[in-house]
Design a binder for this molecule. Structure first.
Ligand code: HAS
Ligand code: CU1
Length: 586
């Protein structure tokens, strides 16, 4: 990619030039726009408050795998009853609450602005309040140590009914966002026959549709099994059935976490770097593949479970490899857009262009470091998915190593970077210090890399995940040559603590500062121009664009696929129910 009409901006500058990129259609009703922005801000701030608490518990976990037991210190004992309560809060707040709130705000705001739509704001606010009420309900038993079940809440471990009810309300509210976004898009389609859905809307709607199909497993599990069981209405619970329903959702949820980051990587990152999105038709294809194939793959979490036939496990394994393809499409096409940007900035050479990217801009560097982390995380995922390697890594420290460079970095660091322009955009406030923000994102990346190295390495020696290794009386770990990975893990916890303090200092200082700009002008939605756009007129669009447009039909197909791949597996479990009583181990 050598030709580019873009000017070369100065090195390290935060580029937001004004060439042929799309602009959000104007919303003339100022009060509606203000309310929408306020709502989005509420979602984002709630998300970061959850992340703040969750992240502060993280170093305790890292120190544990560093062989240092801080859980018995009186100050920690007063706050957390056990390692497992700490780990439950850490997982639920970071992986479930932070992500869902951020994504609900982000992927409601983007399509509504992208289409210039009017939505029912009362309903949108109601959804936010309901989601928050669900969160608070689930938080009470968690904080009281009555739901120390880890973020997967596998039965027969049993928690208070309030936890399951709160979780159901929280997850259920996200389905109201699905309804609102899909309906908004559908109304736009009816009002604009023959037009191609704009890219950001396309990506958002496809992701929400995927999440709907994905969420059904956990909804059936929590509403149909766990709530009645925890209320004493059923005599017991079938652990395998629940676990299978959980992973129906639990695998696809990882794409619900990463696709909103992909939206930014495809649509906005090129603009931050002064370049262009490579191909809108290709981007649409990637999202369509995610819609169809994200869900029927969850058995790769259950290779070691009995009573599931090897045939089904193997089918899910191949489908898992298939779902790596749209991520690989993303990897190549986002790299091409970065190269396009760097060359426009005067970058030269096979790899020399990389130095011309705006690494000093934390909005950009956070997200590109997130991508780099995901190259490693994705590669590890393919190891996990291979049934031949899985027995080596399953249930070892390798797995938390994997997910801290996927959801913990690819997703979280992207959202941290996005917030640095989104909050100024929503509020008219300014980022107080680019230097501190940069320090925060680079140390996050460094800390997570060190953590992942330590944990993957320990995992290869069979150090188990979810164990209070630092307090074990067993000397099985003593003879292993794991001193170095153990030390790395402990060090990473300290680096990440420093990073979190820096990031939240910048974030809260920004939020608590005064409004100085019009966010619409000072920090507009950073749409990128596309080298190969999809066009606006469906009749004149390429065959790929036309083929990817009917999302509603693909939604039905996605549902059919998941029923096909899960129906027989679940049917057999339901026909052979094995109910057992619950336990409270904590
Ligand atoms: Fe995973 C376990 C397989 C992706 C998260 N995963 C987990 C768990 C979590 C998680 C939380 O098959 C733990 C669950 C638990 O508690 O038990 N995972 C995969 C596979 C992928 C994958 C095949 N995982 C993710 C993503 C996550 C995530 C995404 C969160 C966001 N995972 C597994 C399996 C297990 C598992 C098994 C169960 C393990 C067990 O034994 O229990 C794939 O989707 C990955 C495909 C990705 C790629 C990488 C593409 C790279 C990109 C970046 C491009 C970079 C650029 C930078 C452009 C092929 C897109 C260029 C930069 C320049 C400067 C030029
Ligand atoms: Cu998975």
């Amino acid at each position: 990619m050598t030709t580019s009409p873009l000017p070369s901006p100065p090195r390290g500058a935060a580029v937001l030039d004004t060439h042929a990129a799309r602009q959000a259609p104007p919303i003339t009703d100022a009060a509606a726009l203000a309310s929408l922005k306020k709502l989005t801000q509420y979602y984002i701030v709630t998300a970061f408050l959850a992340l703040f608490v969750g992240v502060m518990i993280g170093p305790l976990q890292a120190l544990n795998y560093g062989g240092i037991n801080v859980y018995d210190l009186p100050i920690i004992r007063n706050l957390l009853k056990s390692y497992y309560q700490g780990l439950s809060l850490h997982g639920v707040l970071n992986a479930l609450v932070f992500t869902q709130f951020f994504i609900s705000g982000w992927m409601l705001y983007l399509p509504v602005r992208d289409l210039g739509a009017r939505i029912n704001l009362k309903f949108a606010w109601f959804t936010y309040l309901l989601m928050t009420a669900g969160l608070l309900m689930a938080a009470v038993p968690l904080l009281l140590n009555h739901a120390t079940l880890l973020y997967t809440f596998y039965p027969p471990m049993e928690g208070d009914a309030l936890f399951y009810i709160g979780a159901a309300i929280m997850v259920g509210s996200s389905l109201l966002v699905v309804g609102q976004v899909v309906l908004t898009w559908w109304n736009w389609k009816k009002a604009n026959p023959g037009r191609v859905t704009p890219l950001v809307t396309y990506m958002s709607v496809a992701t929400w549709m995927m999440w709907f199909v994905a969420s059904l497993g956990i909804v059936i599990e929590v509403v149909g099994v766990l709530i009645p069981w925890s209320l004493g209405l059923t005599p017991g619970v079938d652990p395998l059935l629940s676990k299978t329903l959980f992973w129906w959702t639990g695998h696809a949820i990882v794409y619900f976490w990463v696709l909103p980051a992909y939206i930014s990587w495809y649509a906005f990152i090129p603009r931050h770097a002064g370049g262009r999105t490579v191909s809108e038709p290709l981007t649409r294809l990637a999202f369509l593949l995610f819609l169809l194939n994200s869900t029927p793959v969850g058995l790769h979490h259950q290779y070691s479970d009995p009573n599931i036939s090897v045939l089904w496990k193997t089918l899910h394994m191949f489908l898992t490899f298939l779902i790596a393809i749209p991520s690989l499409l993303t990897a190549f096409s986002v790299t091409a857009s970065l190269e396009d940007a760097a060359r426009a900035r005067g970058g030269r050479g096979l790899f020399g262009w990389v130095t011309r990217l705006p690494w000093g801009n934390a909005i950009f560097s956070a997200q590109v470091l997130a991508m780099i982390s995901f190259i490693l995380g994705g590669a590890g995922g393919i190891v996990n998915a291979s049934s031949t390697f899985a027995p080596v890594v399953h249930n070892t420290a390798w797995i938390p190593g994997h997910f801290h460079i996927t959801v913990g970095t690819a997703t979280t660091l992207t959202f941290m970077g996005v917030a640095l322009w989104l909050i100024p955009h929503l509020t008219g406030k300014r980022l107080p210090s680019m230097k501190l923000a940069s320090a925060a994102v680079w140390t996050w990346f460094l800390g997570m890399m060190v953590f992942a190295l330590g944990m993957h390495w320990q995992g290869l020696y069979g150090v188990t995940r979810r164990a209070q290794i630092s307090a074990t009386a067993q000397d099985i770990y003593r003879d292993m040559p794991i001193a170095l990975p153990t030390a790395l893990t402990a060090i990473s916890g300290v680096i990440l603590l420093v990073s979190a303090v820096l990031y939240f200092y910048v974030l809260f200082r920004m939020l608590l500062s005064k409004r100085v700009d019009d966010g619409e002008v000072a920090a507009p939605i950073p749409y990128s121009e596309a080298i190969s756009p999809a066009g606006e007129n469906l009749g004149a669009a390429s065959r790929l664009v036309r083929a990817t447009e009917p999302l509603l039909a693909y939604w039905v197909l996605a549902l059919a696929l998941v029923l096909l791949m899960y129906g027989p597996v679940l049917g057999r479990m339901i026909a052979n129910l094995q109910l057992v009583p619950g336990w409270r181990l904590y």
